[in-house]
Design a protein around this ligand. Structure first.
Ligand code: HEM
Length: 148
């Protein structure tokens, strides 16, 4: 794995860039769901939302998530973290699997909103958008500070 180790800094840079795009989409998509749901409830114009939601998910979020995983897994080998033993890294990966499941949940919500019947009140999407900052802070502290 020394070849990967030679590119450790490039892999790290690519990983952080991919994570930034992924997180930007994960923060923005629920906001679009809020406006989309409120437009459906008010019976006002809402045709632009499905296009924006699909593009955000397909062009930015999903490729960025896949890139974050590919470069993150490469870093596990480039950084000599295999076999996994560091409690901070194992904890981080558990939280990141949770983030990936949340990504899947948002993708499913997008499909439900396409029916034109809001699956949930807009307040629900406002509230779930409060969870992501907490997860982001914990993940970054785990990987940068490596507290345990
Ligand atoms: C998608 C799956 C992910 C995997 C497999 C992964 C794995 C890794 C690994 C192995 C490192 C190098 C750690 C080291 O050698 O010190 C790293 C660095 C980093 N990761 Fe991830 N990560 C993932 C997702 C994320 C997410 C979602 C975030 C933020 C929300 C994140 C933020 C960071 C940061 C900021 C660094 C740089 C740490 C430093 O250089 O001090 N990662 N990641």
């Amino acid at each position: 794995m020394s070849i990967l180790a030679d590119y450790y800094r490039w892999l790290l840079a690519a990983h952080i860039i991919a994570v930034m795009f992924w997180m930007a989409g994960m923060y923005y998509l629920p906001r679009l769901f809020v406006y989309h749901t409120e437009a459906l409830e008010a019976g006002t114009a809402h045709d632009m939302f499905p296009v924006m939601e699909e593009k955000l998910l397909r062009i930015i979020m999903t490729p960025a998530m896949l890139a974050a995983w590919v470069f993150g897994l490469a870093l596990i080998f480039a950084g000599q973290h295999w076999p996994l033993a560091d409690a901070w890294l194992i904890s981080k990966l558990v939280l990141v699997v949770g983030l990936s499941a949340y990504h899947g949940f948002l993708a499913a919500e997008r499909k439900k909103l396409l029916t034109g019947l809001p699956p949930r009140p807009s307040r629900f999407y406002r509230l779930i958008n409060e969870v992501l900052p907490v997860l982001t802070v914990v993940i970054v502290v785990l990987v940068v500070v490596q507290p345990f």
